[in-house]
Design a protein. Structure first.
Length: 143
């Protein structure tokens, strides 16, 4: 397969993995937030109290699920960086910044101000612009 013919397939693969990366990252952080709400506010910064809080944190199942989702995110992110330019991957994966206030609003009932929604709109426009560019502008180096 020629490199010109392979490019659309690679672009499709990259788009799918970026979407999965955004979902894994958003879910992971959402699960960590739920878990930390169960742990409670960290207000005592004494080393012993922090150690107890850390131990208590790792007894919460949603923390472990969040960590697992973020490990999946990390592996997929590494794959993306091997396939596409960093200047493409990082802004394209910023779509997660739009999902965060949406999930905070719909799942947690957090109020999201008009200014935050405007920021989300700007990020979404930026992600759309980046998504219209080639994922790789440099030649792939093999090890």
């Amino acid at each position: 397969m020629s490199s010109a013919a392979a490019r659309p397939a690679a672009e499709g693969r990259i788009a799918i993995v970026i979407a999965l990366t955004v979902i894994a990252n958003t879910c992971g952080n959402l699960l960590l937030s739920v878990g930390m709400k169960r742990v409670g506010e960290i207000s005592n910064w004494a080393p012993g109290a922090l150690a107890l809080t850390l131990l208590r944190t790792f007894t919460v199942g949603t923390i472990w699920l969040g960590i697992a989702a973020l490990v999946i995110f990390f592996v997929m992110y590494l794959m993306l960086l091997s396939w596409a330019d960093y200047s493409y991957v990082q802004p394209a994966s910023a779509a997660g910044y739009a999902l965060v206030p949406l999930t905070a609003f719909t799942i947690f009932g957090e109020p999201v101000s008009l200014a935050r929604w405007a920021g989300v709109l700007l990020i979404t426009i930026g992600v759309g612009l980046v998504g219209r560019t080639p994922a790789r502008t440099t030649e792939l180096r093999t090890a």
